[in-house]
Ligand binder design. Sequence first.
Ligand code: S3P
Length: 443
Amino acid sequence: MTGKRRVASARASGPLKGDVRVPGDKSISHRALMMATLAIGRSNIEGLLTAEDVLATAAAMRAMGAGIAIDGTRITVDGVGLGALGEPDGVIDFGNAGTGTRLTMGIVAGHPIAATFVGDASLSRRPMGRVANPLREMGAEVVARSGDRLPLTIRGPQTLAPIEYRLPVASAQVKSAILFAGLNAPGETTVIEPVPTRDHTERMLAAFGATVRRTPSPEGLRITVTGREPLRPCDVTVPADPSSAAFPIVAGLIVPGSELVVRDVMLNPSRIGLITTLVEMGGALTMENERDAGGETIADIRVVASRLKGVTVPADRAPSMIDEYPVLAAAAAYAEGTTRMEGLEELRVKESDRLAAVAAGLAANGVPHATGADWLEVTGRAATIGGGMVTTHLDHRIAMSFLVLGLGADRAVTVDDASVMETSFPGFVDLMTRIGGTIEVEA
Ligand code: S3P
């Protein structure tokens, strides 16, 4: 799906200065398109992330009947209503998008239709059994390549059975897929979440008029959705993505003399583990102008370059910063001492094996580090950082994290494929260049 491979290099840059806004949150953008499709009538979405991953979800929703008009970051969606989705004529290509694939599996399971999903080499390696299995328990048929990998076909039954399901992995995607399926199952579907994960689905379902109950229990949070209630259209304002904001934030902390403001960043508590960690490391981050926007707290984050120190990041923080470990590794390369990150098993099944990809990129660029099955240690302030080529493995966050590493490095850091950044952060290079970063992309 991404364009031609393009090599990009980042090198030591002068102080980074300026005032920027990163694109809309990817998790919220996918969900807004999906819920608007399941509502009857028109929803307006403002600030949608118009990156490849989300555009794949828009195409999937269109293929099942939604009317979607995109004008810049303003979108109107004419939803067809729960239970009324049509069967797509062709195969749905989700490109690199794990969230789009897994959540749409839940939606299809709740309808008596069949849909076939394909994706790029990265998505085709990722495990789908974590979603397919609970949906099978509810009565959906899922046929996939061995290991429950894409290509995959899912067919929903006439009537899906509601279930109670305890999440075996801390995954908002699995939770959300089951809740989406439960929307069209008669009765109550409950997901039990032993470890909290991002709660955008629950919040947004309530805004679209679904009955969602959250009850603490000794086994974890019980999230219950009542099926077969119509969803009503809702206008959604998408806040800036904290996972994208992470790149200018870390860059501003590590490049000496920098001072930046990153605007409108969503501060949902289930997403801000990186900010907590960077503050513990001594990062000068100030939340300014904190306010509510569309049910989420947002703020402008002021970043002042700081002398960071290594810390231990506990395993229980992982779900709230799961996509930010690669860029934290870049920050840790400039911190005094060692940063230890624990509870990283899920990094093995992201767009790449992120633990292996980060370790290889650090090794190529002279950053001392050690890894185990589910942990990473990075020791900062090596005598010479940079000079290496990083393999991105079709992983946007590996590409952007290592370009950030390069902005503070002694020698250039090169990534083998900059085009992958289009999946989540169109305009990354322009934004970083505008604040003073030196990033060159091969023509
Ligand atoms: C996401 C959940 C996380 C995250 C992904 C987006 C979501 O995945 O890594 O980028 O929008 O629900 P898991 O649910 O696999 O942890």
